[in-house]
Structures are given as C-alpha cells and as structure tokens.
Design a protein around this ligand. Structure first.
Ligand SMILES: [Zn+2]
Length: 408
C-alpha cells in the first residue's frame, strides 16, 4: 500500500493513526522501512507525546509474540465536523480516527449568510459542549480541530461560490465569530473532504487508486492515485456534473440535453417520475426518494421506469468517470445511492460492465450509506489531517532543536 506522505516522519505518524494500534515490526513492513529506521522515526513522536507504546499485543510479523503496540497517545483528542446543505446543518464529533461519537443535525430556515453562520456557530458550540459533558469548562481544550464543508468553491475560510446556497464571496469562518480558545475552522469543499475520508479511513486502506462519486443534490467526484488525491485549480466546480451520458434524455438547468445533472440529481429523478404521472395524476407525488420507491413497489409504472433509468444512467456515468481516471475501484455515496437498494435499480448492476474491453478487470463498486453524517465526518477528517500535520512538524522540529542522546 502506498504511504499517505512522502515525508518519512509524516508517513509513520499517519500510518500509526490509520492502522494502529500496530507493532513496530508491522509498521516497518507496511511502510518499507528497516526496523532501525522505524525506531528512529518513532522516537520523537513518542517523546513529544503524540504517539504512545504502552499497550501490548501481538505482532503479525513477529510470529504472534506479544510486543508493544504503537498508537495515538491521547484518546481524548476530539474533532468537530459540520456539513452545510440547502436545508440542514449536519454536525458530528469524532475521535482522531474519524470514528463518530456524537451526531445531530439542525434545520436551516433559509440559506442567507446570517442564518447559516448562526446555525453553524450553534452546532459547533454544541459539539464542543458534548466533547466533555461532565466538565463543560474544559470541553474546548479537548477539541483539536474543526472542519466545515459545503458544496462549492472555497478558499481560506471564504466560500467563493456555492450554487446550492446561492452564495458568492462569503467569508464564512470570519462570520462565525467563535470563541478564541477554539481552533480556527477549516472550510473545505464537501466532495474533496469525502475523498479524504475514504483515502485516510476508508477504501484507501485497501486500494491506492479509486474514484469517489456522489449523487444527490449535485454530482461530484474525486480521484485518488497512489493514495494521493488529485487536486486541480478547477476542484469544486463539479467537473463531471454536465458530462454527456449515453441514453439519457433529461435536461439540466443550463439546457444541456442528456447531461449527468439532468439525469442523476435528486431533483431531476423526482421530476422525471412526476412528469411521467402528470397526464393522469391529481397530485404532485413523488416528493421524496422514499415515496418514489414506495410508489414503484406499489405498481406505479412511471416510478418504476424512473428508477430503472436512474440505475442505467448511473452505470454509464460510473464507467465513463472510472475509465477516464484509469481506476477499477469506485466508492459511491450521496443520498441517491439508497435507490440502488430498490429492485427497480437492478439496471445498474446489469449495465455496469457494458462498456469494458474483454481484458479490462471488472469495476469494483463500494457502496456507502448516503447518510449526511458521512459528509460531516469527512469535514472532521480534514481537521484531523491538519492537526496531525502540524503536530508532527512541531514534534519533529522540536526533536531537531534538542537532539536526544543516542539510544543503544
Ligand atoms: Zn448540464
């Protein structure tokens, strides 16, 4: 498995974080270091208090003999993650391995900057309180980082543009006016954050090359090669939102006939089912994805054909994006992946291999829950990465300034 960082100290710390508790022998093998090099690299992390080695367990490479395991020392490290959608703010508290310990969401009355910044502020402060419910006075001290994500282009705490929120040039982090004892929040693009969650704590642990694709209010994708996220000046613009898709007849807000946005977003899927029913229906159903599936199962042919069409269009989209990105693993997430549980979406599985040469390995599809909590967990992950990077820089920098005596 490729390392998460080229830098040796960073790579060791990141591996202990993502794969720990882990023996020195196993970490050395995984990272292709000699045991002596690994010991040298770990020492400042232990001396600086970032990594502990008190726990005892079995080493995979040491014939199962008991040995000291490396792991992150302080289990009380907490991170806050917040995701902003058009109608709700989702918030989580996670530990340093992005495991969710608290989760909740709050409604948004509108997407005005005053409303959103007020609700995000309340959500963050509630998360901080929940980090230490028995001792609120000390709660802030356990929060090592805060990540906030939204759909759109962001830069240094400012939302440059968000179609979903109707924002341009909104200095969100400054508007939050958080207490000074809290870390400054990191504002990130939601799909980029989700890609980081998978790269560090998800599929990245098994595969260094994959695409993450999301279908929901919008369409987004991230590419990971050699366990590095592909970054670009046009990240956050939804580069595959308007990809033309074979066999698709829907239309998007820009008038594109047959693009991904016109076929694969929640609004376009529901609108297609309603349009099919409009000749005879006296109501405006379906209005939700659950209702769409319920009506399809109940015999509504327009709803059945809509879900079949969604499955087929998603199969085309995934093949185009994965083949262009030269990967054979894809993580699928976003609220619309729940439609794939429906029997009417079997078109997806049936057609996912339609456009592959005979010698190309099959596509491996990794379905995620589509729950909004994942987006908040992903935002928190970006704060974990920032905290770890700073922590290692400080620790290793300090050990350079005060060299330790040589150990036998
Ligand atoms: Zn379009």
């Amino acid at each position: 498995m490729p390392r998460l960082f080229d830098d040796s100290a960073m790579a060791v710390a990141a591996h202990i974080l993502t794969a720990g508790p882990i023996s020195r022998a196993d970490a050395a093998r995984d990272l292709h270091f000699s045991p002596a090099s690994l010991t040298r690299l770990v020492r400042p992390l232990i001396d600086g208090g970032l990594v502990g080695d008190r726990a005892v367990g079995a080493s995979l490479t040491g014939m199962g003999r008991p040995t000291r395991l490396l792991e992150f020392a302080d289990r009380d490290h907490r991170f806050v993650g917040v995701n902003i959608t058009k109608t709700r703010v989702h918030a989580v508290v996670v530990d340093c391995r992005a495991t969710v310990t608290n989760s909740f969401d709050m409604p948004l009355a509108d997407t005005g900057t005053r409303t959103v910044s007020s609700v995000v502020r309340q959500a963050i402060l509630r998360c901080v309180r929940e980090c230490s419910p028995t001792d609120p006075a000390r709660a802030a001290s356990g929060v090592r980082g805060i990540g906030i994500s939204l759909g759109g282009t962001v830069r240094e705490g400012t939302a440059i543009r968000s179609r979903f929120l109707g924002w341009s040039e909104v200095p969100l982090v400054a508007l939050l006016d958080l207490p000074s004892e809290l870390p400054t929040p990191l504002l990130v693009n939601d799909v980029e954050a989700l890609t980081e969650l998978e790269r560090w704590f998800g599929l990245g642990g098994e595969s260094g090359n994959f695409v993450l694709a999301t279908v929901g209010a919008g369409i987004g994708h991230g590419v990971v090669h050699g366990r590095r996220s592909v970054t670009s000046p046009v990240s956050g613009y939804g580069m595959t939102s308007h990809l033309p898709l074979l066999g698709v007849s829907g239309m998007c807000q820009y008038g594109h006939q047959g693009c991904a946005d016109g076929a694969l977003t929640t609004a376009s899927v529901l609108a297609r089912a309603r349009m099919g029913r409009s000749n005879i229906a006296l109501d405006a159903r379906p209005s939700t994805l659950d209702e769409l599936v319920e009506m399809a199962d109940g015999g509504d042919v327009a709803c059945q054909r809509t879900i079949e069409g969604f499955g087929a269009a998603l199969a085309v989209y995934v093949q185009v994006v994965c083949n262009s990105a030269m990967v054979t693993d894809v993580v699928l997430d976003g609220e619309l992946v729940t439609l794939l549980d429906s029997v009417w979406a079997r078109t997806f599985r049936q057609q996912i291999g339609d456009f592959r040469g005979p010698h190309l390995p099959p596509l491996d599809v990794h379905l995620r829950s589509g729950r909004f909590e994942r987006w908040a967990q992903a935002a928190a992950t970006t704060a974990i990465i920032q905290w770890l990077t700073h922590g290692v820089e400080e620790t290793v920098g300090a050990s350079h300034e005060h060299p330790l005596p040589a150990q036998p």
